[in-house]
Ligand binder design. Structure first.
Ligand code: FAD
Ligand code: SF4
Length: 479
């Protein structure tokens, strides 16, 4: 009799082993490990190849998920890694940081009582394994086109564009003001979600593909944008969104009030320097910390404060848990690590004289606005004071377009986002025909995987423009 192959009925959904809470809060390592031997193949075998892969449509880069799950199931690691890279230049990173519950796994056919296939974990596990076994992108058949493209910003948008250009024989030089590549992958997202060795490995892979990095170079300060246009056939701008939404509360300039990103960046730099730098804002030992905001940045601040030794961490959010904007997984992790959530509270005033000592909040109830979105409404007389020694403000980010956009003829919309893909233009082409853009500077603060998508598609447009000679013709005209 033929041996019956186990299916999703017999094999439950299993995620890679998590580091126990008591251990993980003592350090900065990633909290998810690898699958045990054979477990990745087994989990991949749960895919029923439903024929209408909603997971693929919901994945912003439209990964060929059922196809690579089949390769993983058959143990064909290198082929799976190659296929993963066809659509996603940074699969090991997206597998770690994508909010899969809202993307691929949320739309898996099995996410209906059986438990979605662990798509993200398989993606990162297989690429990690392929790298360990020596797999690298094969560019042996790529011929140089003689074209040169400058990329401003080494975040996921810029790295994704660099990968696609290198594969098409275009010389890509990436400029970044920071000392390491990755943008928010390195300086925003904490190491317990994404180990920085993973980003460093990706840097070596890209360098081996011929990508050049010019780090510690701010375009507009250390080199002019005009100079980039003069020396390259086209430029991709992936400069992100860095203008923090301010607390705008009485008392918000008191010492002890910390904007989220400088706080996270300072900690990232400290860890990159092996903990060697001492930054007073990072000394949260024994302090009562309040974090304002319920998004992913807020969760990262909560969990960072726990690891920095805070006596207590309270996350204040003005809506309820169901209306939180971030990944459910991150809320769960924060809660497990000891973060206390205070929902339906609107901050009113930051209290203190010489430095912060509390936060006045008011309770809210949710009422539906005209668009059906739950709007918080203050309940009169429900004010209360929360004691606090430090308050971290994580209300999100707005676009921060570089000053040179105006002189370079790069149009922005009313909120400061770079305008791309106007009628008659290629996708991700700006109003300057030799300049392309993507990621957070085009969308506003968003997700890594969408920045990866934009970099990939912008590179495709640049390559198309070169092939049709439209970009070169425009360059001659401009001169
Ligand atoms: P960035 O990653 O911001 O990179 C832009 C780069 O451009 C930076 O390196 C910057 O130094 C450089 N730059 C800017 N101006 C210049 C200049 N003039 N000259 C030279 N270089 C310049 N998304 C997820 O999917 N999952 C998560 O878990 C997640 N967590 C997050 C946590 C935090 C704390 C934050 C802030 C964001 C998080 N995000 C997450 C969002 C995600 O990080 C961003 O959407 C993504 O990094 C955007 O990519 P990007 O390439 O457009 O910009
Ligand atoms: Fe899912 Fe993100 Fe991977 Fe797409 S890139 S399959 S959304 S984890």
């Amino acid at each position: 009799m033929k041996e019956k192959i186990p299916t999703f009925i017999e094999i439950p959904r299993v995620s890679p082993r998590e580091v126990p809470v008591a251990v993980r809060v003592l350090g900065w390592g990633e909290i998810y490990g690898q699958f045990d031997a054979g477990q990745g193949e087994e989990q991949a075998a749960r895919c029923i190849d439903c024929g209408n892969p909603y997971c693929e449509s919901k994945c912003p880069v439209h990964n060929y998920i059922p196809n690579w799950l089949k390769l993983v199931k058959e143990g064909r690691v290198f082929e799976a890694a190659t296929l993963m890279h066809e659509t996603n230049p940074l699969p090991e990173i997206c597998g770690r940081v994508c909010p899969q519950d809202r993307l691929c796994e949320g739309d898996c056919t099995l996410n209906d009582g059986f438990g979605a296939v662990t798509i993200g974990s398989i993606e990162k596990d297989i690429v990690d394994l392929a790298f360990r076994q020596g797999w690298r992108p094969d560019l042996s058949k790529v011929k140089s086109t003689g074209r040169r493209v400058a990329i401003v910003g080494a975040g996921p948008a810029g790295l994704s564009a660099a990968d696609r250009l290198a594969r098409a024989g275009v010389a890509a030089t990436v400029f970044d003001r920071y000392e390491e590549i990755g943008g928010l992958l390195t300086f925003g997202i904490p190491p317990f979600k994404l180990d920085k060795d993973i980003v460093r490995l990706r840097r070596r892979v890209l360098e081996a593909m011929g990508v050049e990095f010019r780090l510690g170079v701010e375009v507009g300060r250390d080199i002019g944008f005009d100079a980039l246009l003069d020396r390259h056939d086209a430029v991709f701008v992936g400069t992100g969104a860095y203008r923090e939404v301010a607390a705008d509360l009485p008392g918000d300039s008191l010492p002890g009030v910390l904007p989220a990103l400088p706080f996270l960046i300072a900690n990232a730099r400290r860890l990159l320097a092996d903990g060697a730098t001492a930054d007073p804002q990072l000394d949260l030992r024994g302090k009562r910390v309040v974090v304002l905001g319920g998004g992913d940045t807020g969760m990262d601040c909560n969990r960072t404060a726990i690891r920095l030794g805070a006596a207590s961490v309270t996350c204040v959010y003005r809506r309820d848990e169901a209306n939180m904007p971030g990944s459910r997984r991150e809320v769960k992790n924060a809660r497990e690590e000891g973060v206390r959530f205070l929902f339906n509270r609107q901050p009113l005033t930051i209290l203190g004289e010489r430095r912060v000592n509390g936060l006045l909040v008011i309770e809210t109830r949710l009422v539906a606005d005209r668009n059906g979105r739950a709007r918080p409404e203050a309940i009169a007389g429900s004010e209360e004071t929360l004691p606090a020694d430090a308050i971290i403000v994580a209300f999100g980010f707005r676009p921060s377009p570089p000053d040179w956009c105006a002189s370079a003829g790069i149009e922005l919309d009313e909120s400061g986002r770079v305008v791309v893909g106007r009628a008659g233009r290629l996708p991700f082409q700006t109003t300057n025909p030799r300049v392309f853009a993507g990621g957070d500077n085009v969308r506003g603060a968003d997700l890594v995987v969408r920045a990866v998508h934009d970099g990939r598609e912008a590179a495709a447009s640049i390559i198309k423009g070169f092939a049709a000679a439209t970009i070169v013709a425009q360059r001659v005209q401009a001169e």
